[in-house]
Every structure is written in structure tokens, then in C-alpha cells.
Design a protein around this ligand. Structure first.
Ligand code: ATP
Ligand code: MG
Length: 623
């Protein structure tokens, strides 16, 4: 038998290796930006078209490469950043493996132009599929200008695997922000399809945070700064009232490298302790600097995970540093942070529920949408009609007491009647049939005691409403568009660049759900209309909260974009616990819940009511 093992040709070996490093356009963006930073650039421009699928270009004014280095830079394991194994433990640069450019060149068409400041002519190189097509001297600006075209053109499986442009663009923005945040002294810009998305002038870290996360943080940042011989922690944490429902605005940099660490995040969360609500996340941008020998960055191909020599010390140090900062700024835990500040300002929360307000509620838009028969989403109930013949039978007995229901089933005659109707479905109907003229009672402005023929239900008002809205919006998404109520005075909303990218992605879906939002200049949108349920004047808060919530759901890949959006709109617009409800509102809420296809749980599975049956109550009372 002949020998069968062969060395793989370089381009195939490179392509396989590239799979680890370059998974999507954003991975190439990260590598190219980091190379520009390592080259000492003070200006780095990123240009993409079609979310990097067609073009990713990075232009820097760094030190450039010589003709030979330019050629070498595309080889695997070719790096100027380390030369011995010891160097691995004193890494100060972002790169060190000498793999990124080789990986990119294996899966794209690359045009590289580079010139060192002290050389007159630069070098131009065209590479495709790891093969150099052209190399020649050329005139070009000092620094490096690299174009990556048609990523994965030769790996169709990978190309097909890429997500929508909007989703890929979001990954790019994430990577861009991570690098730009770590190097505020460098100018960064990002242009997408000819439109500038970010323009970040060099400045302090605080300025960079405000440029990226929005100026609303300007008086809301607490500076963190602790230095020891072993390590330093510096940066900023958001004051507790800026905590959000998503963990999007949390950044850890270890020796300027963005890392993901649930462990260190836990340390910060601990420092905030009970200053923020359990399900909310504080903003932070923290830099941990320590001797590179105390780290292993080579544990993951994307270098976003690291191992600390002694992680317990780092944990304790980070926690203490943040705690100290919060204490210094006398942010006492005595304030009530259990509710998001925006929500606290809402009328429903801030004003007492007196008679006047209850009347106002009864004539509110929210209330009307419960009752208006002509709403597109109005689903006519059928349960009462189906039950009619049962009621005809029952009413002459003129004893519509829930406790009697149990004895009815013991009565042969009625059992026959029940059999005729279909016993189990009738049982179901009984549970979901309000007693005529039932008085519903609100408990702690959270629960509604809802008497039914079978006993009573303890309905959770917020979770029940979430279920109702979820089904309503799902129907809208699958058929009729939700009716939009045009704003009399359209309000403009300015978003951070990252949120703006997200908004672009969601505009068409939002329209289906009744939101009419139009782009209006850079990162600004005009809210022309909202679904009829939204109170006029609240549109801006609603949209901001909606984006927050969506980001919270964004990692849930098992759902489609539309499903995620429907879930968050439902969650966000559900009437909240703590809101007083008028009798009529409670009745309509219960009736709408009973009409739901799956009335008993919220979309993510929390119960909407607890059931207390008549016979169970009797037993509890020892009858
Ligand atoms: N923008 C740039 N300006 C100057 N030199 C560059 C630039 N990009 C790459 N190089 C040179 O090319 C070499 C190879 O780059 P590449 O990104 O492939 O590897 P690396 O940065 O050394 O390590 P890693 O694979 O971890 O990124 C670098 O070591 C550097 O010398
Ligand atoms: Mg590199």
C-alpha cells in the first residue's frame, strides 16, 4: 500500500486555521483595528460596505511596513511582536500570534498599501486565497491602508452562514466600540455604506465614554481609581440610577484588551450590592492593568478570554475599587433604586391613586384600547355564547354561587348536561367565565381577585397584560398591521450610534407593530406615530425602554427578530405592578386574558394567575 498522508497545501491549511480567527466580518474588523493600534497610529478610519460582507477597509497613520515586511505580514506565524517564548509573558501589544492577516488573506481578496514615514515609495500587494497576485512599489500615504473584499468568497458555506447586514453590522459596531473605548487618545471613525456612523475625536476616557454611550452619562459617572504595586484599576462606573435592564454597557479591559469575564462582572455587581435592582445592570468601563506575566491571554482564538495567575486577588481588588468609588461619591444605598428612574417618573408611579386619578384612568387611552370594539386587534369573545345553553339551564336555579358548582357535578342530571357539552371543555370555560356582575378586587395594586364560577383566580395584572399584548402583537405581525396613532407633535429622539444601528434594523418590524419612526439625520429619529395604546407624550420613553429591552433579549438566538421584538413590546407595554386599576379596567383585563390562546403563562413561562377552586377552598375550611 502506498503512503497516504500528505501535507495540506498552504492555502487549504490557512483556510482551516482562519476558521478559528475569522468567523464573521466583525472578527476581521477587530484584527485590523488592533493591528493599526499596535502600529502606533493616532488616526484610524474604518470603512465598511454591506456590513463588511463586500468591503472592510482600515486606514491608519501608523508606522507602516517595509516592502519585505508587507509580504511577510501575510504569512502564517509571521509577527514582529514576539520573538521568543518568554515574550509571550510580557505582551503589551494586541497581536502576538502572527495569524490574523494570514487568516484574512486565506478567505478574502486583500489589497494592502503601506508606507513607512521615512520611505518615499510604499508597497502595494494584492492577495487572494492566500496567493499573492501582485506586488509593486506605489505611492501611498504614510501608514497602512488595507482593503478586505468579498470575505469568504471562496468558502461559500461560511458566507451563507452570515446573518443579515443589520445583524453583522451590529457585531462590527460592538468590536469597533471595544477598541475605540480602550484607546481614547486615538481618533477613530466608522463609515458604513458612505455614511459616517462614528467620528470620535481624541480625548479623555470620560469624553470617549460620552461620545460612545451618550451624553446622558455626563453627570452620572463615578471615577474608579485604585493603584497598588500588584495591579491598578481605573475607569468609570455609572451611578446606580443609570443601571439598565441590559448588560450591554459593561466593559472590562485588561492591559487595554477587551475581555469578557462573568467572574469579574460578578465582582462589580457585588460592589453595587443592593444599590440597584436585582435584574438591572450597572454601566462600567474599567481598565485593569497588571504585569503581563500574571496573565495568560492565549486561551482563546479571539483573545477575549484570559486567565489570571491569581483571579481571587483580582476579584477582591475590583470589588473593593468600585465599592470605594461609590462610597466616595456618597452614593448611599438608602435611596430606592428598585425602579428604573424613567419608570419612577411616570405618572402611574409618582402620583397617588385618588378618585380623580382613577376617573382619569377610566377615560385613558389604555383603558379605551381595552374596550374599543372597532380596534383591529379586538377579538370578539366566544366563550359566553358557547356557554349560553348551560347558563339557561343554570340561571333558573337563581343561585349563581361558586360553591354550588361542585355539587352540580355530583347531580346526575347536570352531569348529563355537562357530558353533552363536552365535560372538560366546559370545565375550562367555567374557569374562564367571570361571574355575572362580579366585583373584581385589586390587591396591593398588583393582583386582581377575579371571581369565576369555579372559585376565583388571583390574576397577576402585569403578567396577564403581557400575555394579552403578546397575543395581540403576534396576530398583528402575522396579518394585519397594528393601527398607528399619528402624533400631533412628532418628537425627535437622539440615540447613541450603536442604538441607532439597532434602530435601523428594527424600523420595518416596528412599523408592523404600529410604530411609525423615520430617520432624521445622524442618529436622530422622528416618532411620527405609535400604537394606539401608547399615551401621547410618552413616546420617547417608550422607544428608549423598548431598545433597552430588545438588547436584553438580543442574545436569545432561538427567537426570530420579530418574535424578540414582539416579546419585548409586550413586556414593556404591559401595565405595571403598582398601577391602580379601575373596576372596568380589571374586568376587561380579565376578559381579554380569558380569550387568549394560552392564558395561563407569559410568553416566557411565568404564571399569569393562580387558581383557587371552590371545592379546594371548602376543603381548606374543613368542610
Ligand atoms: N496596520 C499595520 N501597520 C503596520 N504593521 C502591520 C499592520 N498590520 C500588520 N502589521 C504587521 O504585520 C504583522 C502580522 O500581522 P497579524 O495581525 O497577522 O499578526 P500579529 O498582529 O502579529 O498577531 P495576531 O495574529 O495576534 O494579530 C504584524 O506583526 C505587524 O508587524
Ligand atoms: Mg494582529
Amino acid at each position: 500500500m502506498p503512503d497516504i498522508i500528505q501535507l495540506l497545501p498552504d492555502n487549504i491549511a490557512n483556510q482551516i486555521a482562519a476558521g478559528e480567527v475569522i468567523q464573521r466580518p466583525a472578527s476581521a474588523v477587530k484584527e485590523l483595528l488592533e493591528n493599526a493600534v499596535d502600529a502606533g497610529a493616532t488616526e484610524i478610519k474604518l470603512i465598511v460596505t454591506d456590513a463588511g460582507k463586500n468591503l472592510i477597509q482600515v486606514v491608519d497613520n501608523g508606522k507602516g511596513m517595509s516592502e519585505t515586511d508587507a509580504r511577510m505580514s501575510l504569512e502564517r506565524h509571521a509577527t514582529s511582536k514576539i520573538s521568543s517564548i518568554e515574550d509571550l509573558f510580557r505582551i503589551k501589544t494586541m497581536g502576538f500570534r502572527g495569524e490574523a492577516l494570514a487568516s484574512i488573506a486565506a478567505v478574502a481578496q486583500v489589497e494592502l498599501k503601506t508606507r513607512k514615514a521615512d520611505e518615499e515609495l510604499g508597497t502595494c500587494l494584492d492577495v487572494e486565497n492566500s496567493i499573492v497576485k501582485k506586488q509593486e512599489p506605489c505611492g501611498t500615504a504614510a501608514g497602512t491602508n488595507i482593503c478586505v473584499k468579498n470575505l469568504f468568497f471562496n468558502v461559500p458555506a461560511r458566507r451563507n452562514f452570515l446573518k443579515s447586514n443589520a445583524a453583522e453590522m451590529r457585531h462590527i459596531v460592538d468590536e469597533f466600540i471595544r477598541v475605540a473605548m480602550a484607546f481614547p487618545q486615538i481618533f477613530f471613525s466608522l463609515t458604513s455604506n458612505g455614511q459616517q456612523v462614528f467620528h470620535l475625536e481624541p480625548g479623555s476616557l470620560k469624553q470617549r465614554i460620552l461620545q460612545i454611550l451618550g451624553t446622558s452619562y455626563s453627570s452620572k459617572l463615578v471615577s474608579v481609581n485604585e493603584n497598588t504595586d500588584y495591579m491598578n484599576v481605573s475607569g468609570f462606573a455609572g451611578k446606580p440610577d443609570t443601571a439598565k435592564k441590559t448588560r450591554g454597557e459593561q466593559y472590562f479591559f485588561v492591559n487595554n484588551r477587551f475581555i469578557k469575564s462573568a467572574y469579574l462582572n460578578h465582582a462589580v455587581m457585588n460592589a453595587f450590592d443592593d444599590m440597584i435592582a436585582k435584574d438591572s445592570f450597572p454601566m462600567y468601563v474599567l481598565f485593569i492593568d497588571l504585569d503581563p506575566s500574571q496573565l495568560d491571554i492565549n486561551v482563546h482564538p479571539t483573545k477575549q478570554e484570559i486567565k489570571f495567575e491569581d483571579e481571587k486577588i483580582v476579584y477582591a481588588f475590583v470589588q473593593a475599587a468600585v465599592k470605594h468609588a461609590l462610597a466616595q461619591f456618597s452614593i448611599a444605598p438608602s435611596l430606592d433604586f428598585s425602579l428604573n428612574a424613567d419608570i419612577q417618573q411616570m405618572e402611574a408611579i409618582s402620583k397617588p391613586a385618588n378618585e380623580e386619578r382613577l376617573e382619569a384612568i377610566a377615560s385613558s387611552n389604555l383603558f379605551k384600547t381595552f374596550t374599543q370594539k372597532n380596534q383591529a386587534h379586538k377579538i370578539e369573545g366566544t366563550s359566553r355564547i358557547e356557554l349560553k345553553h348551560w347558563k339557561d339551564f343554570y340561571e333558573p336555579a337563581s343561585q349563581p354561587l361558586p360553591s354550588d358548582i361542585g355539587s352540580i357535578t355530583e347531580n346526575g342530571k347536570i352531569d348529563q348536561e355537562l357530558e353533552y357539552t363536552g365535560y372538560s371543555s366546559l370545565k375550562q370555560e367555567l374557569k374562564f367565565c367571570l361571574l355575572p356582575d362580579a366585583v373584581l378586587v385589586q390587591l396591593h395594586q398588583t393582583y386582581i381577585i377575579t371571581p369565576t364560577f369555579e372559585g376565583f383566580l388571583l390574576v397577576h395584572q402585569q403578567q396577564a397584560h403581557e400575555r394579552i399584548l403578546y397575543e395581540r402583537y403576534s396576530e398583528a405581525a402575522n396579518g394585519k398591521q397594528m393601527p398607528t396613532q399619528r402624533s400631533l407633535f412628532p418628537s425627535a429622539i437622539e440615540l447613541s450610534a450603536a442604538d441607532s444601528v439597532l434602530m435601523q434594523e428594527l424600523l420595518p418590524e416596528l412599523k408592523v407593530l404600529g410604530y411609525l419612526i423615520e430617520p432624521f439625520g445622524t442618529n436622530t429619529y422622528v416618532i411620527q406615530g405609535t400604537p394606539a395604546d401608547i399615551l401621547q407624550g410618552n413616546e420617547k420613553i417608550v422607544i428608549e425602554l423598548l431598545l433597552e429591552q430588545y438588547k436584553h433579549f438580543a442574545s436569545d438566538i432561538k427567537f426570530s427578530k420579530r418574535e424578540r421584538l414582539i416579546r419585548c413590546v409586550a413586556k414593556q407595554q404591559a401595565i405595571k405592578s403598582g398601577k391602580a386599576l379601575a373596576q372596568k379596567e380589571m374586568t376587561v383585563l380579565a376578559e381579554e386574558l380569558f380569550r387568549c390562546k394560552v392564558p395561563n403563562v407569559t410568553p416566557n413561562g411565568s404564571p399569569t394567575y393562580l387558581e383557587f377552586k371552590g371545592d379546594y377552598l371548602e376543603r381548606m375550611f374543613g368542610k
